[in-house]
Design a binder for this molecule. Structure first.
Ligand code: UDP
Ligand code: MG
Length: 217
């Protein structure tokens, strides 16, 4: 092999290595409203090298942005406990991942909290991210509806969230049962779900989360 050919094949290998290294590694974090997704993600990032992206937080930020074209649509979907059309959510997630990786190329591991919530979300993810990001597994916070409702009502006393009230919550629980559970079941069939008993207290839940992450990396 001459020097030029050698150099060219080395470059190919290096660019392949680079692409692999840079490909976002994603854990989807799912569970009912108030199951503790956000709380546990905040704890995970303190102990493991993950970046936490909450789809709900990104949507609320976009809703609050002064020039947002989607603000009022997002606002009404959230109050109604409905799932925002995926074009909006996926763009926010993609941008957040790109910006994180642009700032620091070592930050390619993401916890995506509260997404995908329905078939539309999952199809949108596949359409936009297939081949561009790897979904390593799903962390499923399994919590009874009663505990979820109590936690959200408690949170509602100080969260300022427009959907932490009984009326919105009943709709959110319905959406979760009808639309999100089937997504979790789909991943379960692929053997990709780690289920955590999320009705326990915060530290007990986190101890179980750690067991999963220490094994999965
Ligand atoms: N939401 C959405 N798509 C998403 C994530 C959230 O439409 O991918 C909307 C939906 O209306 C949901 C609300 O945002 O009920 C709040 O979501 P969040 O994940 O913040 O609530 P949590 O489940 O953490 O209580
Ligand atoms: Mg949340």
């Amino acid at each position: 092999m001459n020097v030029r050919a050698l150099r060219s094949s080395c470059e190919k290998v290096w660019s392949a290595v680079w692409v692999v290294a840079m490909k976002p590694q994603v854990v989807f974090v799912l569970g009912g409203p108030g199951a503790g997704k956000g709380t546990q993600c905040a704890k995970i990032v303190q102990h493991y090298s993950y970046t936490h992206l909450s789809a709900g937080d990104l949507l609320r930020e976009e809703r609050n942005r002064k020039d947002s074209e989607d603000g009022s649509l997002i606002d009404s979907y959230i109050k109604e406990g409905k799932i925002v059309p995926v074009e909006i959510t996926i763009n926010l997630l993609r941008k957040a991942m790109e910006e994180t990786m642009k700032k620091d190329e070592n930050k390619f591991r993401f916890l995506i909290d509260g997404f995908p919530r329905n078939q539309d979300n999952l199809q949108g993810w596949t359409r936009v991210m297939d081949g561009k990001a790897d979904v390593k597994f799903v962390l499923f916070f399994d919590c009874s509806n009663d505990v979820c409702i109590d936690r959200c009502l408690e949170r509602g006393k100080s969260s300022g969230r427009t959907d932490d009230n009984r009326e919105s919550l009943e709709k959110r629980i319905q959406t979760y049962l009808q639309s999100t559970r089937p997504i979790i079941e789909q991943y379960e069939k692929q053997g990709k779900v780690h289920t955590i008993n999320a009705s326990q207290d915060v530290n007990e839940v986190f101890a179980d989360v750690k067991k999963v992450l220490d094994k999965e990396g």
